[in-house]
Structure formats: C-alpha cells, structure tokens
Design a protein around this ligand. Sequence first.
Ligand code: SIN
Length: 284
Amino acid sequence: MPTLSVRPLQPYVGAEVSGVDLREPLTAAVRDEIYAALLRYKVIFFRDQPLTREQHIALGSAFGELEAHPVEPTAGYPLILEVKADGVIKRGPDIWHTDNMYEAIPPSVSILRAITIPALGGDTAFSNAIAAYESLDADTKAKIEHLKAECVFPAKRRKDLTPERKAELAAKYPTVLFPVVRIHPDTGERTLFVCEAYSENVVGLEAQESAELLRLLFDRIKRPENQVRFAWRVNSIAMWDNRAVQHYAVTDYSEPRHLERVTAKGTKPFGPGETGPKHPLPAL
Ligand code: SIN
C-alpha cells in the first residue's frame, strides 16, 4: 500500500511528495516508493524537512553510494556540497546542466536542501530531458541515435580557481565521450544527454554542424513546456534524477541564499543498442 501523497506540478515533470518525515531512516518500502516517484516525475520536492547534515547524508545514502564533490567538498563533510551566495557576490547566471557530467561516470540522484532562502527569487528550474528528446522530429532522432559528444571539465569558466587547480582538475577529468541519446538504466527511456555547461563537440561532425545540432538540442531543454520551476522555502528539499533532468539555478536575488547538496554515484552511460546495469539501490 502506498504511504506517500504525490501531487504532480506540471504535465511533463515535477511532483510534490508528502507523507514522510525524511529525518527518520527510510524503510525499504518507503525508499522504493520515493524512487518510483522520482523515476516517474524526474524531480520531486518535499516541504518542511528540517534535516541535519547527518540526516541529509543518511537520506542520500538510501538512494546510492554518495560521492564527494569533485571540486569543492565541504571541510569536515566531504559528501556535502555547499551552494552558497551571500547576496552581494552573485553566482550566476547559471548554465543548464546535469551535475558533474564531466566525470567518466556521472552521478545519478542529487538531493538539495534549503537552509537560507531570499524573500524573493532564487528558484531552480528543472527540464525533462526525456520530453526534450521526444519533442524532436523523426529525422533528428534518427540522426542523433548513435552519435557521441565530448564532455569537458569547464576550466575556462571557473574564474574562482587558480591556474594550478584548473590544470589539476582538467588532468583529473579528461574529456569523456557520452552517447547523445542515453538510455535510462532503470526505465529504458531515451534521454538527451548533452548539456550546455559541459558538452562541446559532437564526434564525426564538422564544427559548424556540431554547433548547430548542439544548439538545437540545448534549445529543447530550454523550452518552458518541458520544465518545472521550484520556489524554495527554508527546509524544502528537491531530489532529482540527473539521468532524466537538467537544471538551472535562477540568479535573480540580492539576499543570501544557502543550500546543501548530496549526490549519489551513477552508472556508466550507455546509448541505444547497448546495455548496462540498473542503478544499484542499497539494501536497507
Ligand atoms: C545545483 O546546481 O546543484 C544547485 C542548484 C541551485 O542552486 O538551485
């Protein structure tokens, strides 16, 4: 018997989930129900969940082995990424992305919780990359079916890092090739697996054709029809499936904003005609 209440927020993506206290250890049954909602709605939201860092880590660990953030792990809590802006030094503008996609095996699930939120602004937008794929015409779908694109650590854009650190990270995260059309390991759905933040070049195409194709695919992610936009409140939580959505933090605020994220390891991306393992949910 389902115990959760799930309220869809938009036709293609996003649902608000209630009926669970995420401070408590999840039973396998409730965890499976939450994961099923995540697979169906791609991003799910919870309100009024005042978790400690330890509870946040425990929650994330119910959905997979957590990874330390590759660039900025939090001191004393390496599994936590602090997403922090003091309202004066703005972070943005953001770029549509899938978390840490420059890793050879990019993450599966991310869970972000809100600690300090501006009175106005600072939403996060999420776009369904499966709906974006499905919106393409048949010729484009056929064209991209077996293409691969380069995914690059964005050293050029990271003005906050020293040249030495950039070089170190670029060496640690060399360019990886991913299928443009990824098969979701758990649902078998086709998803667009290129993102504006990290995907640079489609293998086998001339530079201009590659740029035009990527622009077309990025634009599908930006279509409002494929999106849900979440207005944070303190103690809100968003849990998203990086294999199915991309997201964009809207930088339109002038007060402090502080959130924290944990991120579960993923499985090696594979494309049409290939196979790979399902996401391993830990035994609870
Ligand atoms: C993130 O990219 O994980 C952070 C999103 C946000 O700041 O809303």
